[in-house]
Design a protein around this ligand. Structure first.
Ligand code: URP
Ligand code: ZN
Ligand code: ZN
Length: 467
């Protein structure tokens, strides 16, 4: 028989409401909620009782965009599924959706099997997969249908990275047409990679080799142009669209216009675009390489448009795009040529905390915090209400969050397998205290009490905004 757990006295915050309630957990699921101090809650008994007085009780975070052991630029992102999911748990995330990669010339199945092999038995928290389609052709289009049946219902395409992950407009249109028929969701990396490659070549020819030129050649207008093109291709195909890692205000404007037209178009941004800027990319002594990711960091003025988009629901999700590369030996591959710096930044551990800071700073409300970090990603990717909320029947993925604790982010104290922090020295109010994954304590009063292999593969349904 599984342990019954009772969480007493906290403020339960979901996307829908905030209530002072006790939460009863049984068999890995939420069994019941009752207002704190009432006779109903007082009658409950449990083997494990967690005191959440003065704390928030929130759903575990759902990070819908991570890259563990991701191949890029001749190296692999430095977090394994074991280290990356442990770090996620430390930060209050209890589900990740990672990207399996199709190698060119191979079947989708082979890529998915390879990612299952990396994750199986290694994860501290639950996980699911999207599929990166690098080779859209008749065979892979048919294979999309089978993947949806087995719970991989979203497919990332790239308008960037010619010769690697890139798809041309015809391939994109075909994949979207298929998704329009089979219920899949196309996730788009929207940057005009063909034009960017010309600008990269020209910058390098001028001797502009420092990390900051990564940001200069990957122009906001080329993100906006690609976003516009992806939206119109999806419209022609009659398919929904989810644009990943939106960073430019001009791209937000494209999403806003499309949504005003009533199109099923969704947008995701990431903490790095909300809290960091091209000032970081311009840090001297090659330090800017720590902030090289694509889409790139933008000038600070873009942040206001991202926050506004999150408030107005023109952007619906904040994921991390966690794709860490160590400064030493990995980012350094691009010394003297910014185009060889592996693209990606660490962040899976800090999303919930950074977004709580956004609540403290007045950018978003407490419920919107939970909506963009837990409930909406779960709904977007067919995991709700199993994940993303605290309600009877839901998985007991629960975080006890101390909104008053102070912390300072640092590579010396984080748990991600990467030798720097993108937020070194940043002070935050709020910290994760205890984390349950399907009722099991993974973090207990700031101690890791989980284990590799507890995390289970979670098959997903289709996007729940299209029902
Ligand atoms: O720079 C990034 N974002 N690296 C990960 C791959 C991707 O495009 O999401
Ligand atoms: Zn991308
Ligand atoms: Zn990514």
């Amino acid at each position: 028989m599984s342990t019954r757990t009772l969480i007493r006295g906290g403020l339960v915050v979901t996307a829908a409401e905030e209530t002072h309630a006790d939460v009863l957990i049984e068999d890995g699921r939420i069994a019941a909620l009752a207002a704190s101090g009432t006779a109903a809650a007082g009658a409950w008994t449990a083997e494990r009782v967690v005191d959440a007085t003065d704390k928030y009780v929130i759903p575990g975070g759902v990070d819908a965009h991570t890259h563990m052991e991701f191949p890029f630029g001749g190296t692999f992102s430095s977090d394994t599924f074991e280290t990356g999911t442990r770090a996620a748990a430390w930060g209050g995330t209890t589900t990740i959706v990672d990207f399996a990669v199709q190698s060119k010339g191979k079947a989708l199945r082979a890529g998915l099997d390879a990612w299952h092999a990396k994750a199986d038995g290694n994860c501290a928290i639950d996980y699911a997969f999207h599929m990166i389609v690098s080779d859209v052709n008749e065979a892979t289009l048919k294979q999309m249908d089978g993947l949806i049946e087995e719970g991989v219902s979203s497919f990332k395409l790239f308008m960037a990275y010619p010769g690697v992950f890139y798809s041309d407009d015809g391939q994109i249109l075909r994949a979207m047409q298929r998704a329009g028929e089979n219920g899949g969701l196309i996730m788009m990396h929207a940057e005009n990679g063909i034009a960017i490659d010309v600008l990269v070549e020209q910058a390098l020819a001028r001797g502009q080799t420092d990390p900051r030129y990564h940001g200069e050649v990957r122009k906001a207008l080329l993100e906006a142009e690609a976003t516009h093109r992806a939206i119109r291709l999806a419209q022609v195909a009659g398919a929904p669209l989810y644009v990943v890692h939106v960073s430019a205000r001009e791209a937000v404007a494209e999403l806003m216009r499309a949504r005003d037209e009533g199109l099923p178009v969704f947008g995701e941004t990431c903490p790095q675009y909300l809290f960091l800027s091209t000032d970081n990319l311009a840090e001297p002594d090659f330090e800017g390489a720590k902030y090289v990711c694509s889409t790139p960091l933008r000038p600070q003025e873009h942040q206001a448009a991202l926050w506004r988009g999150l408030r107005t629901n023109d952007l619906q999700v904040v994921s991390t795009d966690h794709c860490p590369f160590c400064f030493s030996g990995q980012k350094e591959l691009g010394r003297g040529d910014f185009s060889k710096i592996p693209n990606g930044m660490p962040g899976v551990e800090h999303r919930m905390d950074l977004l709580h800071q956004a609540v403290v700073d007045g950018h978003i409300s407490r419920r919107r915090w939970i909506e963009i970090a837990c409930a909406t990603p779960a709904r977007m990717f067919g995991l709700y209400p199993k994940k993303g909320t605290i309600a009877p029947g839901a998985d007991a993925d629960v975080v006890i969050y101390d909104p008053h604790a102070e912390q300072t982010l640092s590579a010396a104290t984080h748990h991600m397998n990467v030798d720097y922090s993108a937020y070194e020295g940043k002070r935050l109010t709020g910290r994760v205290e205890t984390v349950l994954s399907r009722g099991e304590p993974v973090i207990t009063a700031r101690e890791f009490t989980g284990r590799a292999g507890h995390g289970a593969y979670t098959a997903r349904g289709t996007c729940q905004y299209l029902d």
